[in-house]
Design a protein around this ligand. Structure first.
Ligand SMILES: NC(=O)c1ccc[n+]([C@@H]2O[C@H](COP(=O)([O-])OP(=O)(O)OC[C@H]3O[C@@H](n4cnc5c(N)ncnc54)[C@H](OP(=O)(O)O)[C@@H]3O)[C@@H](O)[C@H]2O)c1
Length: 328
């Protein structure tokens, strides 16, 4: 595709939110040795994408400007690097793009083969694009909290906060697949949806009972997958079983300090900050679950690339129900 150009969305510096996204026409990138070039069909936005734009991960990300954001994509391979033998042009795939490279809000993107998996025809591009960060985080959080997906686990009690969000809706479904009893928190408008995906009990987080996180049936939580922000340890602690863990996926400084103190004092109840680690086997497992109809990507909204800034603004607002998708 030498000399070809593509439409892409970039930002040129930190800050500015959706208004700082610029539509550009730039050269189509070339895949390096172990990369594939995708014609992107769909991309999904995660909060980390606009947190990077805000400068929350500076000086590491982005490594330079201008930067094409977004890492979670699904598409069709159109070219492969010289060392690639496992994929060929025409293959439908989903990928987690390299964080330092981004590139998802564009018609074409290069993806590392190490984070690219085949997409079965039963799984749409939008459904697949929702998976990489959000579903991987849900899966790894549950595993860190003790969930087993091979049928050998105990029927433990899990609390999932912000269960209506991108991570939370996958976490509810995955927790049921691991045979857990699920209590979930979300806003009133999403209670029926969260129940329909398997939650046993749902609390409206804007009510006093919801804010207390108390299980309506009196259960103590063995694990909390904490996808919301701004809930302190003193709220979790009385609701935990004696060995209960809180897996915090957005830990602030005080949570990290609290976690260290709990370790040093051999506390049985632990606070565990978790950063999801990209794993190809997790992506394969997750897309297979979608294919089998055991896991759903709930789509909040879809936008064309020409309206990517609206999708970006929607994610920043923090009120998505499931995944926000941009289609090329
Ligand atoms: N550590 C990691 O590896 C990792 C990976 C992925 C994400 N994260 C982080 O995890 C967090 C969640 O990500 P996400 O993609 O799920 O976000 P999201 O999709 O933007 O979450 C939005 C949802 O959260 C609900 N919500 C907000 N505050 C709530 C509260 N206090 N109680 C209950 N529900 C609440 C909202 O409901 P309403 O609209 O009703 O308010 C909305 O449905 C973000 O901070 C993200 O950066 C971390």
């Amino acid at each position: 595709m030498a000399g070809a150009t593509m439409r892409a969305v970039q930002y040129h510096g930190y800050g500015g939110g959706a208004a700082a996204l610029k539509h550009v026409e730039i050269p189509v990138p070339s895949p390096k040795k172990d990369e594939v070039l995708l014609k992107v069909e769909a991309a999904s936005i995660n909060p980390v994408d606009w947190k990077i734009q805000k400068g929350m991960l500076r000086p590491f990300l982005p490594p330079k400007f201008p930067f094409i954001p977004v890492t979670d994509v699904a598409g069709e391979i159109v070219n492969v690097g010289s060392g690639v033998t496992s994929f060929k042009p025409g293959d439908k795939v989903l990928s987690l793009l390299a964080f330092g490279q981004g590139g998802g809000l564009a018609e074409y993107a290069v993806a590392p083969t190490s984070q690219t998996v085949e997409r079965p025809p039963e799984v749409s591009a939008a459904e697949a694009a929702g998976l990489p960060i959000a579903a991987t985080t849900a899966l790894q959080s549950l595993k860190r909290g003790g969930a087993k997906f091979d049928g050998t686990g105990n029927p433990a009690n899990v609390l999932i906060t912000a269960a209506s969000g991108g991570v939370g809706l996958y976490a509810v479904q995955l927790a049921k697949l691991a045979n857990l009893h699920v209590t979930a928190t979300c806003g009133a408008r999403n209670i029926e949806l969260v129940k329909s995906l398997g939650a046993d009990e749902v609390l409206d987080y804007k009510t006093p009972e919801g804010a207390s996180l108390k299980s309506p049936s009196g259960k103590k939580y063995d694990c909390v997958v904490h996808c919301a922000v701004g809930i302190g340890w003193s709220t979790f602690e009385p609701n935990l079983s004696p060995n209960g863990n809180v897996i915090d996926i957005t830990p602030n400084f005080s949570a990290i300090l609290n976690s260290a103190i709990k370790k040093l004092t051999f506390s049985k109840k632990q606070l565990v900050p978790l950063l999801a680690i990209p794993k190809k086997e997790d992506l394969k497992y997750l897309v297979e679950l979608v294919k089998e109809g055991k896991l759903k990507t709930v789509i909040d909204s879809k936008y064309p690339l020409s309206k990517a800034e609206e999708a970006w603004a929607k994610s920043i607002e923090g009120h998505a129900t499931g995944k926000i998708i941009v289609e090329m």
